[in-house]
Write a protein that binds this ligand. Structure first.
Ligand code: SF4
Length: 430
């Protein structure tokens, strides 16, 4: 399937393939699922799709490659396979997924679309059909009128209306999980950060919070939600901010005020796990859930992706232990990438990490980034966290990645090794 010069989707006779590192896998009903409702199709400019011709030889199709972006609840298993033009611009931050089309059943009839993916959890409250409704502008302006001076509500109104952020929209719909960003600062420089791209290779997906909210602003936003929303949950650590535990004092004060006023709802923090002592204090104050982001449990790969400042992979482990020791629920936001995550080295390191870390739930999420850029960093130049090709980069050891086993097999082995751990795609409200 390609995007033609007319911008429309066109079926091509080449058999569709997906990619995992240097390997191409033909997409079949055995390794692909019908494209989930709520998926988005994206054209990949400057990239021509690869496929298999009648003799099974790899061929390049005329037209522009197409990728799927899956809704929460599904995990991609293969990347789109394409030939990238030398002048192709870097792709924005999405979880690019291999997609295919069956031959149209008849003239003028739509083909069935397929995606290289596996279901992880029913989308439920995160089903895209619940969001971006025609009433959104009205509920946003209504809430803005109720809190005229609250800069946080103003900031979140942009997230809801302009970025289409689900946790921001939940604040205005007064339901489920609402996001409460509090930190402009961060002690990491993640390659795939949504709100800050200091290298300038491609633009950040959204503007980062540019102010420090006051305690009153935070308390007002959260209390109204905890007291009244169905399945109420408030979450620090949103895509539009830095690391929330960098504002631990503000968060702790807000949590204490909320808990003095109500025991209702769940208070959660999405964090990079860099500050275990802050997490311990917050959990003791009433933080009921801690979700830690992790791409790799190998120190060299961890550093190359997160570029941490003043903390290490061990800090992440200690943060999970600190949260658990104070009674908070713990989950891992595992960033998954076909061809890297499902390698023997990564699996072994993750198993060692999970042996040591008290995790109740593992959330499987795609690592959202231009595949060529990420692989250049981790497999080619720049896998040491230094600028690609610099002297500091060339002088250091690169982490090796063995042959990928395929994500379905990787997941089977993990579930077998950790039967006590829950699996999902998002933090449950209760
Ligand atoms: S920890 Fe979060 S805010 Fe900080 S660089 Fe990484 S993704 Fe961005």
């Amino acid at each position: 399937m390609v995007t033609g010069a007319d911008g429309r989707l066109h079926w091509t006779p080449l058999r569709a393939v997906g990619r995992s590192r240097g390997e191409l896998w033909e997409l079949t009903p055995e390794n692909a699922i019908p494209l989930p409702a709520g998926s988005t199709l994206l054209s990949l400019p400057g990239r021509q799709p690869l496929g298999l011709d009648r003799r099974g030889r790899v061929a390049v199709a005329e037209g522009t490659a197409v990728s799927a972006i899956l809704p929460t609840g599904f995990l991609r298993t293969l990347l789109p396979a394409y030939e990238q033009g030398r002048r192709a611009a870097a792709l924005p931050l999405y979880g690019y997924t291999a997609v295919a089309a069956s031959e149209p059943p008849g003239p003028g009839q739509e083909p069935q679309l397929w995606a290289a993916a596996m279901p992880v959890e029913e989308p439920g409250l995160w089903d895209p059909k619940h969001f971006n409704g025609p009433d959104l502008p009205r509920v946003v302006s209504q809430r803005l009128e109720e809190s005229p001076g609250n800069r946080l509500v103003k900031h979140l109104s942009r997230c809801a209306l302009e970025y289409g952020c689900f946790t921001a929209q939940n604040l205005f719909y007064r339901r489920w999980e609402a996001g409460i960003p509090i930190s402009a600062a961060c002690n990491a420089r993640c390659r795939g950060c949504l709100s800050a791209q200091p290298d300038g290779v491609f633009p950040a997906a959204q503007d980062r919070l540019a102010f420090r909210p006051t305690l009153d602003e935070v308390v007002e936003v959260g209390l109204a939600h905890l007291q009244a929303a169905p399945k109420a949950m408030v979450s620090f650590g949103q895509g539009c901010e830095g690391e929330p535990s960098m504002q631990a004092e503000l968060a702790e004060a807000a949590i204490r005020q909320w808990r003095r006023a109500t025991r209702r709802g769940l208070i959660n923090m999405n964090t990079n796990g860099s500050r275990p002592e802050a997490i311990r204090r917050l959990a003791a104050a009433g933080l009921g859930s801690v979700r830690v982001s992790l791409f790799s449990a190998r120190p060299a790969v961890f550093s190359a992706y997160y570029r941490p400042h003043g903390y290490t992979l061990d800090s992440v482990l200690q943060s999970l232990r600190a949260a658990k020791s104070e009674g908070a629920r713990t989950s891992l936001n595992l960033l998954v990438y076909p061809g890297l995550t499902d390698t023997p080295e990564e699996l072994a390191a993750l198993q060692d990490f999970l042996e040591a870390a008290p995790v109740d739930l593992i959330q499987l999420r795609p690592l959202n980034m231009d595949p060529a850029l990420l692989e250049e960093i981790l497999l080619g130049g720049g896998s040491t966290g230094e600028a690609p090709g610099s002297a500091a980069d060339r002088g250091q050891e690169r982490p090796g990645f063995g042959a990928p086993m395929g994500l379905p097999e990787w997941w089977r082995r993990l579930r077998q090794a950790f039967p006590q751990v829950g699996w999902g795609s998002f933090t449950p409200p209760e």
